[in-house]
Ligand binder design. Sequence first.
Ligand code: SF4
Length: 338
Amino acid sequence: MSDGTTSKASPAGFADSNDRTVGLIPAAKPFSVSKPQPAGTKPYRDFSDFLGEHFAGKVQKISINAGFTCPNRDGSKGHGGCTYCNNQTFNPEYCSTSASITEQLEKGKAFFARKYPTMRYLAYFQAYTNTYASVERLRAMYEEALSVPDVVGLIIGTRPDCVPNALLDYLAELSRRTFVMVEYGAETANDRTLQLINRGHSWADTADAVARTHARGIFCGLHLILGLPNETIHDFRATIDAVAALPIDTLKLHQLQLIRGTRLARQVADGEVTVAQWSAEEYADVCIDLLHRLPPHIAVERFVSQSPASLLISPRWGLKNHEFTHLLHRRLTAKSNS
Ligand code: SF4
């Protein structure tokens, strides 16, 4: 996504079962760990549940690189970017700034329509900071995406310090006629960590952006990274507790990925900072611990991200997103039944 670490860029586009499609799915049960969970039960609300409340058929996100830059790279908010960021990892291969928004969406549609002819689509403005332009320019881009046949809404990834009220007012107006969600890269509620990773904004910025977005009736998602430098389970829990107090609709969790060529990779190699070195099972247990603290109305969109193997230093679990989700469900069921 725009302001997290990474997203996947497999040749097959994105293949996360949580991201992929949504039909009409029975309402999610509140998450309860006190009752045994039968194998295969999904014990929390996921993104499919959330989208199923808004769309009657299958819906697929298509990532777009609209050619934005980032205010944490160009000096407006900071220089050098977040220490973990390498934007090469963001986009499926059909995204490129040489293709127009329409061309990118049509290419994505062609990929999915072969298998699902009745599929409809959400334009996912993903790479860099997708609100970093004038309202007039943003309006033209968003409305170009919405003019593509079968595109039924927008998801806009951005930083919490890049959403002026004038833009949110426009998005509020837009959301009265189509689906609009703004997805903020919050990463952590710990301001010390935010400084350490050169994020360029504070937790207060996130809380403020979410409040202003929610107040206008716009769907709101947050993105967090688990395993940022020097953080422990206590920091993750504090962040989830802070998130739980915000009026958000969806949440993405990602493991920190150490990416070649980033400042963070150099800092870790030089021993300046430490980052979590966990197995997939250990990370799943952290996610389970955090799910216990999350209000059941918040839909969890995903737990992991997959960067291209050529760029990834660690962790190298070799699991696809849906494989990790199955692992987590198995462990959750085992814990609930024990
Ligand atoms: S804010 Fe900029 S530097 Fe930080 S993760 Fe997003 S695109 Fe990368």
